[in-house]
Design a binder for this molecule. Structure first.
Ligand SMILES: Nc1ncnc2c1ncn2[C@@H]1O[C@H](COP(=O)(O)OP(=O)(O)OP(=O)(O)O)[C@@H](O)[C@H]1O
Length: 356
């Protein structure tokens, strides 16, 4: 008969590749049940979107086989408990991820949308805030142009806004509160207050990740947000052109300023190459090649992936059904990979700076 101690001792040889410690030291092993030669245990990952799930499961099986006996029937349950970012004042929201770009029109909203849905697809509880006061595009991308969230008054006279739920996530856009045909000349404090309301007055419930689609560039919203609600990290979206890369550097520089101090989770290069639908294996690097990857290397941050320029992404965005929802489209897997890489980086940042 094997013992729990033997199991823990065997699993202490399995390292979590990102966190660089063994699973037992990281308290990731739970619910060990031994019945004859049948062993069951759970591995509690730091995110359901862990890209190393299969690898860790395999390593656990091998460790039991190698250090105890190959005769044991091993049943590993891969579960997760999402870690919380440092100093998060909103107790119900574990991690705020901002999506930013230096330049406009590079695909920030497309990435935010598919990232949020990708995280939800892996099993996480996800919210999405469209804080792009200059051109909120999330309502169109979700087919919610005419939606208006319910707002109620609490007995204390406070407004409670109910985020709209669609495709398994909760969302709010600054666009739900404005007339799309009536441009608003946002002044600094007014914009900052409107954004704060989306955080403070909304009934988000419990969230593992709140993704925030920021306006392009660097401005009041970025400063208000990062100073009022510490964020877990920023995802920077760029296209391969030099003009976009140079603006992306300014965006990164802002997050790294001492007064702002937001970790960069990584760089996504959007519209990396063009692939015609009828020739899916052909890649045309029309805007140059490798710029996003070089930028990531320059700032010692993760390169989160290349997303090609394909008509289906644009069509999906326009039709209110984001491309990640279409499992037959290869772009669905590409965005799911992206979501896993982002979740992985959040876990790494949290492990380096555990909540106080
Ligand atoms: N990889 C892609 N392939 C094809 N079209 C794309 C791709 N990424 C984004 N688009 C399209 O490009 C347009 C701009 O994208 P999006 O709104 O996501 O950019 P943005 O950076 O958020 O813009 P803004 O500066 O307005 O905030 C949209 O029509 C979108 O569907």
């Amino acid at each position: 008969m094997i013992t729990k101690e033997q199991v823990l001792s065997a699993l202490s040889h399995v390292e979590e590749p990102d966190l660089k410690k063994d699973l037992v030291t990281l308290n990731m092993i739970e619910d060990i049940i031994i019945e004859g030669n049948h062993l069951t245990f759970s591995v509690v990952l730091t995110t359901p979107a862990c890209p190393l799930k299969a690898l860790i499961e395999n390593a656990c099986r091998n460790a039991i086989g190698h250090f105890i006996s190959k005769e044991i029937v091993v049943d590993v349950k891969m579960t997760s408990r999402v870690t919380t970012q440092k100093n998060q004042p909103l107790s119900n929201i574990r991690n705020i991820i901002v999506v930013a770009s230096g330049k406009g029109g590079v695909g920030k909203s497309t990435v935010s949308t598919n990232l949020a849905l990708g995280l939800a697809k892996s099993g996480a509880r996800v919210g999405l805030i469209d804080a792009d006061i200059y051109g909120p595009s999330i309502p169109i991308m979700f087919g919610l142009e005419t939606a208006r969230p319910n707002a109620t008054q609490t007995p204390e006279g406070k407004t409670r806004i109910e985020p709209i739920e669609k495709y398994g996530i909760k969302l709010l856009s600054i666009g739900f509160f404005t007339d799309p045909n009536q441009p608003i000349p946002w002044r600094g404090p007014m914009a900052s207050n409107a954004i704060k309301q989306l955080f403070n007055d909304a009934d988000w419930g419990e969230l593992d990740y709140l993704v925030v689609d920021l306006p392009p560039g660097t401005g009041d919203i970025h400063i208000t947000l990062t100073q009022t609600y510490p964020v877990a990290g920023a995802v920077i979206v760029t296209t391969p052109q030099n003009v976009a890369l140079s603006d992306a550097k300014k965006g990164i520089g802002m997050f790294l300023m001492e007064a702002i101090n937001v970790p960069i989770l990584g760089i996504v290069e959007n519209m990396s190459y063009f692939t015609p639908a009828e020739l899916p294996d052909n890649k045309y690097y029309i805007f140059g090649e490798g710029g996003g990857r070089k930028l990531a290397e320059m700032y010692h941050t993760a390169f989160l992936g290349e997303i090609p320029l394909v008509k289906s992404i644009s069509d999906a965005g326009d039709s209110g059904s984001p491309v990640i929802l279409d499992e037959h489209n290869p772009m669905s897997a590409a965005f799911l990979d992206l979501a896993e890489r982002v979740a992985q980086q959040v876990s790494i940042v949290n492990a380096k700076a555990p909540a106080e």
